[in-house]
Design a protein around this ligand. Sequence first.
Ligand code: AHG
Ligand code: MN
Ligand code: MN
Length: 345
Amino acid sequence: MSVTTLNEFIIERQADFPYAKGELTRLLSHIGVAAKVVNREVNKAGLVDILGEAGSDNVQGEQQKKLDIYADEKFIASLKASGECCGIASEENEDIVIFEEEIARNGKYIVTMDPLDGSSNIDVNVSIGTIFSIFRRLSPVGHKAKIEDFTQEGTKQVAAGYIIYGSSTMMVMTTGRGVNGFTLDPSIGEFCLSHPNIQTPQSGNLYSINEGNYIKFPDGVKQYLKYCQENDKETGRPYTSRYIGSLVADFHRNLLKGGIFIYPKSAGYPSGKLRLLYECNPIAMIVEQAGGKATDGRGNRILDIKPTSLHQRVPFFVGSRNMVCKAEEFMKKYGDKEPKIKDIN
Ligand code: AHG
Ligand code: MN
Ligand code: MN
């Protein structure tokens, strides 16, 4: 039986990469190494005293777990060491992290990442992930990275991916030529190509949304949920509701099986909760490369949105093309205005 490792795969496909010179290959393999180190810690999270809150809040005012910080540090160290990356923007850091060393200043790429996604699930042994995007820098090589390097539209991504630390650990990534999935074989410590050329079904029967927020949703979302729950043999409704609370895990399941994930704006989160740079853009590139769709629920393609700030949030409708189109129809027909908190209490 022949196995293709992640490194072999990216070297073989190097010619497909834009500006191929081995730099992106090196960058991706450094991400693979950091993923393995983080995976090791995630796997033993129940054993060692790394569980629990680290005591500090991240820039969005949410409690950070120790593993968030650990993952952030490991990915930053690995990207810095690659010599191909001149800076990163991470959900866990208020400002961009600029690499000052000469070798890093010569790097042609920047990375944005959510080092640990779904961290509220760590303590209960449920799947979590890492999400990343890679862009060519706009600032001149040899100088320090600038904020403009990080606020490019999602269409400018040269690669994107996620690692899911699940019942097995996988990396799913795209360099703009389809989506491929690699499963970590712990016995040899390598990511092996297990899901070549992933295509997502055009329709599915899974819907994923935090329904606990139902009364805070815009009418379009409420009506679409009603549609998902109605009986209709022809379209296979009612659909099945599945929600883990880790974007990576919820998205990964829907990508393979067919479904829609929605994190809409709501009375609690008037711009939605998920971050454009670290969560929505990379997932949107992957879903489009797999034949699916990602919008903000108001007809705007996620990848076309010009970021105005690092930690910008955006409503997120992602998954099987026909399902996202249908949800968009409902948003248009019934409205996307979220209710006011004072009107629902
Ligand atoms: P993070 O752990 O990086 O802050 O991300 C959590 C995100 C995402 O993974 C998930 O889809 C969403 O938050 C869940 O939010 P709710 O608990 O509000 O449903
Ligand atoms: Mn996240
Ligand atoms: Mn996170």
